[in-house]
Design a protein around this ligand. Structure first.
Ligand SMILES: *Cc1c(COP(=O)(O)O)cnc(C)c1O
Length: 410
């Protein structure tokens, strides 16, 4: 995935974005998203890749993914509206999650090609007996992994999503109801898996779980969504995920399930390293005996830092702008956010040159689970700009953000 442009060019572009749109800001590079999409398509032929919109619902990003021919995985009426508006075809979209709002179900009633991932037997009963559709809903049953999950933020046997395999037999009478047509299964077992053997092992375990469920229900799956959870390097020393063993595993699984379309749903892998978070030094401080700076951003924009405990581990931010004469050497420096919250720390000991008020820092790998997952209302600071880099163009594209109106026309 070595798609990174030379760092010097990147820093210039980021500095230009900060100058034009101010800080704090998120900057997304669409070419990186496209490169990851193409890499997946090339490396995993025959497998359908669907973009998990919750990783970054920015409309420009979603549109770039749609234009690359990938599908989408959404979990709300708002995400569904985004997906349709940016150009995903209904049959390329899977709707998942524990609750589909009435407005979403109403809209899906006229889109029989869209796949619905059913999270519980209760939801299956609701859909199976629903009288509001003339065409049966096209569903997959989400299965709860009964094996240890890998990666960060695991969704293993102790977790809350999906139908436990021991209960799957109870789906039999519900599937006879006529309101649904079950075409297969959905498994998602965890996020941020960086080890290829582990990722391949998870796909095998998911497929094996699907095979058991299919046998119990006496059903030949047409669709098997094996999840994914592919990770990206965040920490110093993290390597890139090697897709070769994963491709080999998927070839074997496809051969074992002739007639079934294999699907992977990936969020972070497509967008994380396409995003930067820019923030400006506003004050000098000290922290834990180290030099520190206060910046105009904070964890109210970067929940991903907390979820992955990156403040202690991530590579240091890039200092944008001219290297000053007289700035010799680097030292461990704390980057403190602007919130009245003790743990609003973006980096606790990043190796940085001496920083001055006005300096702009660019945190890399900030494209996934950032702004849309952030508690932005806390303390009432203003929202960061979202800046799009598309080739040579830099723009905010704020005007094209779709509304979250689920009833809105595509
Ligand atoms: C969040 C989520 C994803 C995306 O996970 P990544 O680790 O970002 O790829 C995929 N599927 C489901 C069901 C999810 O909840």
């Amino acid at each position: 995935m070595s798609t990174a442009p030379p760092p010097a060019a990147r820093a210039e572009t980021l500095a230009l974005a900060a100058e034009r749109y101010g800080t704090p800001a998120y900057v997304y590079d669409l070419d990186r998203v496209r490169a990851h999409a193409d890499h997946l398509t090339r490396t995993l032929p025959g497998v359908q890749i669907r973009y998990s919109v919750k990783a970054n619902p920015n409309a420009a990003i979603c549109r770039a993914v749609a234009e690359r021919g990938l599908g989408a995985e959404v979990s709300s009426a708002g995400e569904f509206a985004t997906a349709v508006q940016v150009g995903f075809r209904p049959e390329q979209i899977m709707v998942s999650g524990p609750y589909k709002e009435p407005a979403l179900l109403a809209r899906l009633a006229s889109m029989p090609g869209t796949l619905i991932s059913v999270d519980s037997l209760s939801e299956l009963a609701q859909l199976a007996t629903g009288t509001d559709v003339s065409v049966p809903r096209r569903v997959v049953l989400r299965l709860r992994p009964d094996y240890p999950a890998a990666g960060d933020m695991c969704v293993g046997p102790s977790m809350r999503f999906g139908i436990p395999i021991d209960d799957i037999e109870q789906a039999v009478p519900l599937l006879e109801g006529g309101g649904v047509r079950c075409v297969g299964f959905h498994v998602y077992a965890g996020s941020q898996i960086l080890d290829a053997a582990e990722a391949a092992g998870q796909l095998n375990s998911a497929h094996e779980l699907v095979t058991r469920a299919a046998k119990t229900l006496n059903l030949t799956p047409e669709v098997i969504n094996l999840g994914g959870g592919f990770g990206v390097p965040y920490r110093a020393g993290d390597g890139e995920l090697d897709l070769a063993p994963i491709a080999a595993t998927l070839r074997d699984l496809a051969a074992a399930s002739p007639g079934a379309q294999l699907i992977l749903e990936l969020g972070r892998y497509l967008v994380a390293d396409a995003g930067w978070y820019l923030t400006r030094v506003v004050h000098q401080q000290s922290f834990a005996g180290r030099p520190a700076v206060v910046v105009d951003g904070g964890i109210h924009h970067r929940p991903d830092l907390c979820g992955l405990e990156l403040a202690h581990q991530a590579a240091p931010p890039l200092l944008l702008g001219p290297v000053r004469n007289g700035t010799h050497g680097t030292q461990p420096t704390a980057v403190l956010g602007c919130l009245c919250l003790p743990w609003d720390i973006l980096a606790d000991a990043a190796t940085l040159p001496a920083l001055h008020t006005g300096d702009v820092l660019a945190f890399a790998t900030a494209g996934a689970y950032g702004l849309s997952a952030a508690p932005t209302a806390f303390l009432g600071h203003r929202l960061p700009a979202e800046v799009i880099i598309d080739g040579d163009a830099i723009d905010t594209l704020a005007a094209v953000q779709p509304t979250a109106d689920p009833a809105g026309a595509p």
